[in-house]
Each structure stands twice: as structure tokens, then as C-alpha cells.
Write a protein that binds this ligand. Structure first.
Ligand SMILES: Nc1ncnc2c1ncn2[C@@H]1O[C@H](COP(=O)(O)OP(=O)(O)OP(=O)(O)O)[C@@H](O)[C@H]1O
Ligand SMILES: C[C@@](O)(CCOP(=O)(O)OP(=O)(O)O)CC(=O)O
Length: 352
């Protein structure tokens, strides 16, 4: 470590998207390496609406690896975090920052400690794939900090060991996680099928019914399914649009259909009185304009959908949905080089 003073802090900040599977991963053949029992396919969601931002830093003054998630310190002792840290450190290379006079040798990474701060701009552990964006961002940002030469597909095999669905967040657009055959998991990785421009007017509407932490994690839910369901192998031909939580994800083929769907959703699920439209529909608000809804009064004035059976208007479910997120396919991980985005102080390496 060639720096004259041992006070330096070197850091990298990155932003990584979340993803929603259309052919779901559900069930593992290896719990430790996180190897799935089927291929899965997902759409990466626009990071402007849903994303994780992570700052990773290294300094000779750090005495242990530490992590803060959404402002609270969490333990890095879990096997999954440890697997990712071990796999990345094993591939680390020499790093030199001439401006700051910092030189880190490949072998130094084994003894240097890390400080990590991460922030999800959407509910954590609520079935909106926070582990996917979170673990992908951790792996991606550490790979940049430690100058790994691996491409995103190879990095996806490391992120996979943090959380299965995380491997698909290493790419934008439409992504396949190939289940692979090898026992050591080396061929269980993500590849991009098409980038985010491929299906430009695809719209994804998420009805957030509950942003509370769910009672059953995906890890234990899929373990129970594998242990108890005789139909599990058949399930993997079915595509559906609910993730492992109460929040419905609706994928529409174009903006016109999305606008019609949003009208019906707002008609049937109006907000509690006093809610403003800006906080009830977040993300890509242009779909609201297409739906002819500019104001909360326009929601109240929506006519019953024409297909309403025998013109019998059912009861509206006021307040059952907390809010809607309108989003679309988005790009993959990026490094945020402007220090303004950093979640750690550049001098102390502690959360801002
Ligand atoms: N930004 C982050 N950085 C690191 N780890 C994270 C981050 N966000 C979430 N996690 C980890 O992921 C866990 C939540 O994963 P879990 O699978 O239970 O929920 P989810 O990913 O939000 O939902 P689902 O996988 O069903 O879509 C958290 O408890 C935490 O350990
Ligand atoms: C329903 C799903 O979102 C399940 C995601 O499960 P996780 O990737 O969170 O599970 P672990 O690998 O145990 O961390 C389907 C999917 O994303 O394919």
C-alpha cells in the first residue's frame, strides 16, 4: 500500500436496477451455491424509478468490514455476504489512484477492510426484489473498486451467490438466468437477451398493496415448495405476474393498453381521501396523462369501464392499494463517478 499517509479512503459508488421475472426462479438444487431448478427470464426495471445505490470504500484505517443498509448498520457475517466478499477478493487486482497517491497491491485486498453503504429507493424485503438490486449492486461496485477483469456475466455468477435473482440485475433489458449443469455453479449465470430499447413501449404497473416487510422470505418460501410440491417441475412452464409478496406486477404490451389498464385500476382502487395524485402514482407519470388523469378529481370522475358486467358496478376498493408505480424496461448497472452520489464520507468512510 504505497500511500505515504495511511489516512486515505478510496471509494466507488454504483447504481443497479431491480428486475421482475416473467418466468420465475422458484426452487434451488443447491442452497449454498444458489443453483436453481429452472432457467428464468426477467425484465430489468428502469433504475430511475426503482434502484439500489451502493458506495463501497477501502482504507487502511478501517478495522473491520462494515455495512449500512438504508442508514442502519447491518451484519455482514451471513454466509451469502461472506461468499460474495470472498469470491470478489479472490479476483481482485492491483489498483492505483495517481491523483490521491494510492497504490493497492492485489494481495493487499485480503487484509484491507471495507465500509459499505447502500440505499434502496423502494421498499426493502417487501417482494419488490430488493435482494436482487442490492446484491447485484454490492458485487458490481466491489468489482469496480477492486479492478476485477470479469465481465458482467461472470460477475452475475458471484451475485447469484448473494441472492439468486440478483444475477439478472447485472444487465439491462431482457435477461435470462441460465440454470447451468455444473455442480460448482460455474455455468449458472445471466445473459442479456435484448437490451432495454428492444421493446420500447412496454409498460409495467406495480400495485403496491403493502410495503411492509413480508413474513415469508423467498428463500424459505421456495424451500417449502421444493420440499412439499409434487407439481414443482411443471410450474416452471407457467408465466405469471406476482412476485413473492402481495404486490401485483402488471406488464402491458404498449402505452395504449397501459393507459386503459391504469384507468381501470384507478377506478377500482381509488386512494384514501386526502391523498394527492403525485404520491399515489409514482414513476413514469406520462402514462397518467395518456389515461386522461391530471388531477385527483379526474380519478373520482372516471366512468365505469365499458366491459363492466351487465353494467353492474362493483364496490370500489378505496385505499386497498397504497400506491402505484409505473415503470418500463431499464438499463443495467452504472458507476456514478460524481462524488455527490456517495453515501460515505470521503474523509472518514462513515455514512454521510
Ligand atoms: N441494498 C441492499 N444491499 C445489500 N443487501 C440487501 C439490499 N437490499 C436488500 N438486501 C438484502 O435482501 C434481503 C431481502 O430479500 P428478500 O428476498 O427477503 O426480499 P425481496 O428481495 O425484497 O423480495 P423478492 O425477492 O421476493 O422480490 C434483506 O433482508 C437484505 O439482507
Ligand atoms: C419470486 C422471485 O422473485 C424469487 C426471488 O427469490 P430470491 O432471489 O430473493 O431468493 P434467494 O435466491 O433465496 O435469495 C422470482 C424471481 O425473481 O425469479
Amino acid at each position: 500500500m504505497g500511500a505515504e499517509s495511511e489516512k486515505w479512503v478510496l471509494m466507488v459508488t454504483a447504481r443497479t436496477p431491480t428486475n421482475i421475472a416473467v418466468i420465475k426462479y422458484w426452487g434451488k438444487r443447491d442452497e449454498k451455491l444458489i443453483l436453481p431448478i429452472n432457467d428464468s427470464i426477467s425484465v430489468t426495471l428502469d433504475p430511475n424509478h426503482l434502484c439500489t445505490t451502493t458506495t463501497v470504500s477501502v482504507s487502511p484505517s478501517f478495522v473491520e468490514d462494515r455495512m449500512w443498509l438504508n442508514g442502519k448498520e447491518i451484519s455482514l457475517q451471513g454466509g451469502r455476504f461472506q461468499s460474495c466478499l470472498r469470491e470478489i477478493r479472490a479476483r481482485a487486482n492491483d489498483v492505483e489512484d495517481k491523483k490521491k497517491g494510492i497504490k493497492i497491491k492485489k494481495e493487499d485486498w485480503q487484509k484491507l477492510h471495507l465500509h459499505i453503504a447502500s440505499y434502496n429507493n423502494f421498499p426493502t424485503a417487501a417482494g419488490l426484489a430488493s435482494s436482487a438490486a442490492g446484491l447485484a449492486c454490492l458485487v458490481f461496485s466491489l468489482a469496480k473498486l477492486m479492478n476485477l477483469k470479469e465481465d458482467n456475466s461472470q460477475l452475475s455468477a458471484i451475485a447469484r451467490q448473494g441472492s439468486g435473482s440478483a444475477c439478472r440485475s447485472l444487465y439491462g433489458g431482457f435477461v435470462k438466468w441460465i440454470m447451468g449443469k455444473e455442480e460448482n455453479g460455474s455455468d449458472s449465470l445471466a445473459v442479456q437477451l435484448a437490451d432495454e430499447k428492444h421493446w420500447d413501449d412496454l409498460v409495467i404497473i406495480i400495485a403496491v398493496v403493502s410495503a411492509r416487510q413480508k413474513e415469508t422470505s423467498s428463500t424459505s418460501g421456495m424451500r417449502d415448495t421444493v420440499e412439499t410440491s409434487a407439481l414443482i417441475q411443471h410450474r416452471a412452464k407457467v408465466a405469471y405476474t406476482f412476485d413473492a409478496g402481495p404486490n401485483a406486477v402488471m406488464i402491458t404490451r404498449n402505452r395504449k393498453t397501459a393507459a386503459l389498464l391504469l384507468q381501470r385500476l384507478l377506478y377500482n382502487f381509488p386512494p384514501q381521501p386526502g391523498t394527492d395524485l403525485d404520491s399515489y402514482v409514482i414513476g413514469d407519470k406520462s402514462i397518467l396523462e395518456d389515461a386522461g388523469v391530471k388531477d385527483i378529481k379526474d380519478v373520482e370522475a372516471l366512468a365505469p369501464p365499458p366491459e363492466t358486467k351487465d353494467n353492474i358496478v362493483g364496490e370500489k376498493s378505496k385505499g386497498d392499494v397504497s400506491y402505484f408505480i409505473c415503470t418500463r424496461p431499464g438499463g443495467g448497472p452504472v458507476v456514478l463517478s460524481d462524488e455527490i452520489h456517495a453515501l460515505l464520507d470521503p474523509l472518514t468512510g462513515l455514512p454521510n
